[in-house]
Ligand binder design. Sequence first.
Ligand code: 4AD
Ligand code: MG
Length: 452
Amino acid sequence: ARVSVRGALGVQSANGERVKVQGWIRSIRSQKEVLFLHVNDGSSLESLQVVADSSFDSRELAFGSSVEVQGQLVKSPSKKQNVELKAEKIEVVGSCDAKAFPFKYKERHPLEYLRQYPHLRCRTNVLGSVLRVRSEATAAIHSFFKDSGFVHIHTPVITSNDCEGAGELFQVEPSSKIKVPEENFFNIPVFLTVSGQLHLEVMSGAFTQVFTFGPTFRAENSQSRRHLAEFYMVEAEISFLESLQDLMQVMESLFKTTAMTVLSNCPKDVELCHKFLAPGQKDRLEHMLKNNFLIISYTEAVEILKQASQNFTFTPEWGADLHTEHEKYLVKHCGDIPVFVINYPLVLKPFYMRDNEDGPQHTVAAVDLLVPGVGELFGGSLREERYHLLEQRLARLGLTEAYQWYLDLRRFGSVPHGGFGMGFERYLQCILGIDNIKDVIPFPRFTHSCLL
Ligand code: 4AD
Ligand code: MG
């Protein structure tokens, strides 16, 4: 029977069962009488040890080649593994020219080097672990929402609106080879979505609690360690929500519950990342998971920053955006515990955020979660559900006509509601301690780079 490497390694007491294993050679070692191969198929971090007698023709058995091995699963004499495969037949499926292969046996290549080979780096231990964690985290996030009674919504990738109003849009047009009867395929300019929020708001008006988890796109001209042009966002929208506190509870619980699931479902993959890429990260993560997240207002945050303004390139000032250096300082100041910053100036935030109507220092019910090592991980808010206030905001921005449908949501059975978006790659960076966002997504897209 064909078994995965994970399946084979999971056999508790191997008794010579005949199996077939397929995978790629991760290491090869030949002694006088025996040949040891390690075969990995991506099902786990560990490889299966294959033992063959040296009469096997090993010329084609190179590091990186794909093989099919048939033999008997037996108890291993070594303490390193439970089980090994005593080979009866080894077939090279695809050979590998070791000289041309960009990865060398027994060498630990830096992440920057691996990044040049998005088509091959998934075969290394470290990217293998990261991408298995990514898959596990995706499942954990879906379970979290399902268990909390949220309905999953597929929000569109192509849209005509700019949810965040920041103008960081990729415009979508058919290729010039396509003959469209009119001059424009959709009749109006359309873009890749920057956020599914507005569509989720529509759906929260019917299903009460909804979420989406898909790709979002931003034409951000940034080479930073935490920005991509295409990234995945986890977004939730909740109707009948009474306060920012209630929203923050969901955010904190999403982070903690799913992180614990990931830690218990793939401990070895997480450990590998922590050990080789981020010493000390295990403790930092535990510290985040066992403490209650903190809450400070934007106004308090600016006061804290002003006390330390000699440390910054950008002078902290009420009414200005927080820079990365400010976010980092705030998290340190909070003892490396994630901190919610709430109630930002109205002028800094998009049109949909709920007005706090609090006088001259005019704020909205916004919330960002800042986390160690990454900075902003979540952005969210209560939404303006009051028709007349929303209408005034939209009118001032000249958006009334385009957002008639959005105003309708406030005309027909409006409810207090709110939601958030969590950058999925930043979440993985925060859990694994990975410095560069390009290393937690299979195929990174950023300014001047779209390999494959
Ligand atoms: O703070 P943002 O812009 O919020 C929104 O888009 C809201 N409409 C979400 C909502 O309320 N439904 O983005 C949310 C998160 C950020 O906190 C950050 O983690 C991540 O998305 N993010 C990026 N991640 C990688 N690359 C980029 N260019 C990102 N821009 C935002
Ligand atoms: Mg934000």
